[in-house]
Design a protein around this ligand. Structure first.
Ligand code: C5P
Length: 405
């Protein structure tokens, strides 16, 4: 009744979709380079990165959930101190008491009750699937080049549509199916373009710039990573990468749709928990599966104690690894917003736009030529996005799930 949520006057739905497209373009690049530029045995552990991602995401979700308690947990009585201070119009008191009220025991109790609600176990399914998917993503990014990974990962658009129809009983009009197929074709054409013009790769031995190099070639070979870290390059196994990306598409579709189902289906009369409570539950249930590969990993000398084993799991964590984890955490938070305020199918459109974004970035940074294939491929992607969202297509009617507001 208050209209869709906005930020700076723009619908949160659009902000989250555009941010997700930008984040996706950046993540694909940073994850790939963070994996391939170190010598074998010196690469950071993907399992540790996934665990850190969950810890960071969980911590941020707890903070946001705490902050939002007043507006979202209307079914539980507001804590006395908190309601007394926040309802008061005295702005001086309000600002000075903010930090205090955030961690007030009664507020924490309210959140704890919400997080450990009787239905919290439901989140274990998407949590396990996402941990598997996040690990697979590292395998894929380590064994495929950026462009190939990006485009094959778009198969998740189709797996997502499939699971949305199956589990959420979404009914997609013919026009929407047609726009999904158009999207897949558009992505393929953009991809053909980017494979024809190889992305600026880190070359070993380093590029030697001779007189025979033209301006374009010279700029296209500017390495993204300092040469000191380029001396070792890991061998990639494309088949392994392809299997990983295929499995990641399955788990992505299933986990996303399952999360959407939990978020949007209402059970009983009580208002469903806030998105950030759900995210906290998701991260909590992720911790055990994320820890398993670290505990069972045969890293380090024989007879190493668990503490030492966990310590060694953090070795080789350089700036690139930390950057990758932060980017992925950001992506997880935006993904949650996209699923909440749009849906998983729209999320697919945002990630395909990321292909266009990363190609345009290559044009700007490395003077890539813009070809007819690129222009037509991205036009098809944009047109498909427009058709899928055109006012004429009954998006609301297409879903029979009850959307919790
Ligand atoms: O590849 P895909 O877009 O399916 O990846 C979604 C990412 O978002 C995963 O890394 C997953 O862990 C994260 N996510 C999250 N919180 C949610 C939903 C997804 O962190 N509520």
């Amino acid at each position: 009744k208050d209209g869709p949520p906005t930020l700076w006057g723009i619908e949160l739905k659009w902000i989250s979709l555009i941010t997700l497209a930008l984040q996706n373009a950046f993540l694909t690049i940073i994850m790939h380079y963070s994996r391939i530029t170190t010598a074998p045995g010196k690469t950071y552990s993907a399992a540790t990165a996934v665990l850190l991602n969950e810890l960071l995401k969980g911590t941020i979700s707890v903070f946001i959930a705490l902050k939002r308690i007043d507006t979202n947990m209307t079914n539980s009585p507001p804590p006395p101190v908190y309601s007394e201070k926040m309802n008061s119009k005295n702005s001086d008191r309000r600002s000075s008491s903010k930090a205090f009220t955030m961690f007030h025991p009664s507020r924490i109790t309210t959140l704890t009750k919400a997080v450990f609600s009787p239905d919290c176990y439901k989140l274990s399914v998407p949590a396990i699937l996402y941990v598997i998917q996040n690990n697979l993503q590292y395998v894929a990014a380590s064994n495929l080049d950026v462009a190939t990974f990006q485009v094959t990962y778009q198969m998740k658009i189709l797996t997502t549509a499939f699971f949305s129809v199956l589990m959420l009983r979404k009914r997609l009009t013919r026009l929407k199916w047609a726009s999904l197929i158009m999207l897949a074709i558009g992505v393929g054409i953009v991809q053909m373009q980017s494979s024809a013009t190889p992305p600026p790769t880190i070359t070993h031995p380093p590029p030697h710039v001779g007189h025979h190099h033209g301006e374009h070639q010279l700029r296209a070979e500017i390495p993204l990573i300092p040469e000191t870290t380029m001396t070792h390059r890991r061998v990639m196994h494309p088949f392994k990468g392809f299997i990983a990306v295929t499995l990641a598409c399955m788990t992505s579709g299933l986990a996303g749709v399952y999360f959407e189902f939990i978020l949007k289906s209402s059970s009983g009369s009580a208002p469903p928990p806030d998105l950030w409570v759900r995210n906290t539950q998701l991260s909590l249930f992720s911790l055990v599966p994320a820890l398993v590969p670290i505990i069972v990993a045969p890293n380090g000398p024989e007879g190493m104690g668990y503490i030492m084993k966990v310590m060694s799991a953090f070795s080789n964590f350089n700036g690139w690894a930390i950057g990758t984890v932060i980017t992925q955490t950001l992506g997880g938070l935006i993904t949650a917003l996209v699923i909440r305020y749009s849906d998983n199918i729209m999320k697919g459109f945002a990630t395909s736009l990321s292909i266009v974004i990363s190609f345009l970035a290559s044009v700007a940074l490395f003077s890539y030529p813009i070809t007819l294939a690129f222009v037509s491929g991205s036009s098809i992607v944009l047109l498909a996005t427009y058709i899928y969202n055109s006012p004429g297509s009954p998006q609301q009617q297409s879903s029979r799930t009850t959307v919790a507001v």
